[in-house]
Design a protein around this ligand. Sequence first.
Ligand code: SF4
Ligand code: SF4
Length: 280
Amino acid sequence: MIISVLSGKGGTGKTTVATNLAWSGSKTAYIDCDVEEPNGFLFLKPAIEQTEKVNVMVPSIDKDSCLACGQCAKWCQFNALAQTKNTLLSFLQLCHGCGLCALVCPEGAITEVPREIGIIEKGQFNNNNEFIHGILKTGEPIAVPVINRIIEKIPELTADFIIVDCPPGSSCAVIAAVEKSNFCLLVTEPTPFGLHDLQIAVNLVRTLNISAGVVINKADSGSEMIRSYCEAEGIPVLMELPFSKGVARTYSTGKLLVQEDLLLRQEFQDLMARLEGVVS
Ligand code: SF4
Ligand code: SF4
């Protein structure tokens, strides 16, 4: 069972929900696909056991063979190659490693070589629960290859519940993290911006045809706006996390809510039970 935790923007409490949920199950895996800023490890404190590099295959151009015909630049959909009057320029940070340029080069001047863009670390937390996160190298603009490599590892996991902490927003990086999920938890805040971003997230999961439920973080008197929207859209509100100093203090000290607050521990265990009911 794969549960993705996402939100239309950053800072809504997505990682708080994902990490506390992952801690609440007996046989769970936590996967951090927010590879530009993975911070689930700060709360789960996993023991890392394996590290592997993530490479993208990029073109290496033999200048002696290249006739500067521009065919490779013409076909590259990502503007990673550009043809000037006499020279072929490459911008390899933009390369997605599709290999098309090597296929269309009439001179066989292109070979593909690996270029490291990040790493994946694998380990365990809380008595043998599985942990994976990806880390995109600083300055690298393309997160999807690292996320794809993480998602490819899901079949190796033995957990009953796999919690995927997604990147924020609704970009292709989010789609890469979400598309294999059985269910999505959409985390939002009770503000007009929160509602707007929730609507974007709802459109995304509906486009992908994945069922979803909502968690309202920092729930207060404004939560009715979110509840009304969810009711009108037929989306269940599965949990409300209170807007409280205690929650903020626990978060800011790198601790899990379920370790510090018995009531919230019960809330997350109930959420896990509800997810089992909704998804099965
Ligand atoms: S491998 Fe694909 S993305 Fe990269 S430079 Fe070649 S055509 Fe462009
Ligand atoms: S297609 Fe081949 S020959 Fe033409 S510009 Fe690109 S690398 Fe050079």
